[in-house]
Ligand binder design. Structure first.
Ligand SMILES: CC(=O)SCCNC(=O)CCNC(=O)[C@H](O)C(C)(C)COP(=O)(O)OP(=O)(O)OC[C@H]1O[C@@H](n2cnc3c(N)ncnc32)[C@H](O)[C@@H]1OP(=O)(O)O
Ligand SMILES: CC(C)C(=O)C(=O)O
Length: 517
């Protein structure tokens, strides 16, 4: 049985999801969980994109030991240098260099001839190979590239030292039969194809990403690139959980295995969903809430008689807990600590003590504390590691069908000084946000506001995500609470603190009403 390498790009292509903006702590948390999940390669970011990206790729490369860590780079020496800066301390420095090869990209984006594309790709791979132990080259938009030219590119970059050659379906255009043939063609026609691992990277624009990735495996791909919950640019990438489980369940058909620890899938999915603020649809394959639910009588009857009548995947296989240990207000520190560890956190006693306090407060208001609640509590705790420019002290909102909604808010600033303001709006949240804006200054713009409940039930936590910008610095914020307005206030304040922290890290001198130290 042959292994298929799983290359996870949740932190790079996944972070290209519109509206998603992870901070450094969150990326590190996801990377550690991906390591637990057993992914072979973690693409941690695009170091040349920003100082923040470089820092988080570096920290992940320095921390993660059981997965190989890589970063994306254009075919430019400056991008490759940024990757080297970020990855040189890793166990096996690995770079992912890309250059588009299709006629559309050559003509309209790169303004390059075929010869220039080959020369640029080869020079970039050679330059990278002088530094990195492992070099991956991606022929962006490979699936819309003339096959004979694609074969020339592949041969040239392998000659130049590429260890892995990725043939992405950048725009989610190809059909399964075509991608299978494309991989077979490259395997058969490129004389040195056996010197490199061929990889597939599929997008889901036509809903084919998983099918195409599996067809690529049939055609000879030995690496698949994918993301948790299928997050990614536009309609997203191929879903890691679908590919890994399909290869496992249909091993009779594919005869391939992966190193994925399947029962870590559910918790990885929940963590990514919670930190990215992207709810997993109930009917999502493998990780959706309904993936193991049976609603209709005939199905229920069948499952009661023999589960395999209607269930091809057991919940336990992917880590959906069958007999969960229920955490509630009567739970003690030991059970709580056990749960934190089982969710993959490497928390200190001090952190556990602090989160335990928040857990008890929450358990007083909510009957059953779920994994999603714990993720939210831990995310709040981790967010607390950053500098708190503002924190919420009190909040009062009055709303009536015939009154103007009014909010009164008191925040504490860094020095512990109270700042109180009142304001109105056309709804409660607007009144609240207008009031908060009066306190933090007018430069902040709210781009997005989303609300969801962490679980079902009347006592579920409200989880609010906002996306905000100050000048050209964008950030997101999250707040959870039993009350939607308090969750909304917390999300706003969290986003403001994150923008201010980000600007401080980038050494920008003055922000709104606050001078950054
Ligand atoms: C298919 C994919 O998912 S590719 C990855 C996409 N991800 C991202 O773009 C996220 C990170 N990107 C960024 O932060 C920015 O785009 C940066 C820092 C990389 C570049 O920013 P800018 O210098 O302002 O350039 P901008 O993004 O506007 O344009 C891209 C430039 O790179 C060129 N380029 C694109 N791909 C490549 C490549 N693989 N190799 C070399 N040059 C490339 C484009 O032709 C364009 O060059 P031009 O300015 O000469 O026309
Ligand atoms: C950089 C490459 C691999 C990519 O993300 C794509 O082509 O979609």
């Amino acid at each position: 049985m042959k292994n298929i390498n799983v290359f996870d790009t949740t932190l790079r292509d996944g972070e290209q999801t519109p509206g998603v903006n992870l901070n450094f702590e969150e990326k590190l948390q996801i990377a550690k969980q991906l390591e637990r999940l057993g992914v072979d390669i973690i693409e941690a970011g695009f170091p040349a994109a920003s100082k923040g990206d470089l820092r988080s790729v570096k920290e992940i490369a320095d921390t993660v030991k059981n997965s190989s860590v890589t970063g994306l780079s254009r075919a430019l020496t400056s991008d490759i240098d940024a990757c080297w800066e970020a990855l040189k301390g890793g166990a096996e420095p690995r770079i992912h260099v890309f250059l588009a090869t299709s006629p559309i990209h050559r003509e309209h984006k790169l303004h390059m001839t075929q010869e220039q594309v080959i020369e640029t790709a080869v020079n970039a791979v050679r330059y990278a190979k002088e530094r990195f132990a492992k070099v991956q080259f991606s022929a962006e938009d490979a699936c819309r590239t003339e096959l004979p030219f694609l074969a020339e590119v592949v041969e040239a970059v392998i000659d130049a030292g590429a260890d892995v050659v990725n043939l992405p379906d950048t725009v989610g255009f190809i059909m399964p039969e075509e991608i299978r043939s494309m991989f077979r063609y490259i395997k058969n026609e490129v004389p040195n194809a056996d010197k490199a691992v061929l990889s597939a990277h599929c997008h889901d624009d036509l809903g084919m990403a998983t099918a195409n990735s599996l067809a690529a495996v049939e055609g000879g791909a030995e690496q698949v690139e994918c993301t948790i919950n299928a997050v990614g640019e536009r309609a997203g990438n191929a879903s890691l959980e679908e590919i890994a489980v399909a290869l496992h369940i249909r091993n009779d058909f594919y005869g391939k295995s992966t190193n994925i620890t399947l029962n870590e899938i559910k918790r990885t999915s929940s963590l990514v969903s919670s930190l990215m603020g992207m709810q997993v649809p109930n009917n999502k394959a493998v990780v959706g809430d309904n993936a193991f639910a049976h609603e209709s009588g005939i199905h229920q009857d069948g499952v009661l008689k023999e589960t395999s009548t209607y269930e091809i995947i057991t919940p336990e296989l992917v880590g959906v807990e069958a007999n969960r240990m229920v955490l509630g207000k009567l739970s003690g520190r030991h059970a709580f600590k056990e749960k934190i560890i089982s969710l993959g956190y490497n928390a200190t006693e001090e952190e556990i003590k602090k989160v335990f306090k928040s857990f008890k407060e929450l358990a007083d208001k909510k009957k059953e504390i779920t994994n999603e609640d714990i993720f939210a509590l831990m995310a709040d705790e981790k967010a607390g590691d950053a500098m708190k420019y503002y924190s919420l002290e009190t909040l009062q909102v009055t709303y009536g069908t015939s009154n103007i909604p009014t909010a009164t808010v008191t925040l504490l600033d860094q020095a512990g000084e109270r700042i109180e303001q009142a304001g109105t709006g056309s709804g409660s949240v607007e009144a609240l946000y207008n009031t908060l804006e009066k306190i933090v200054g007018e430069g902040f713009t709210l781009h997005d506001y989303r609300i969801q409940s962490t679980t079902g039930g009347r006592d579920a936590l409200a989880e609010v995500f906002v996306r905000m910008a100050f000048d050209d610095t964008e950030s997101s914020g999250r707040g959870t609470d039993n009350d939607v307005l308090e969750a909304s206030a917390k999300a706003y304040i969290n986003a403001v603190n994150r923008v201010l922290n980000q600007r401080r890290a980038e050494n920008q001198p003055k922000v709104a009403n606050i001078s950054t130290p």
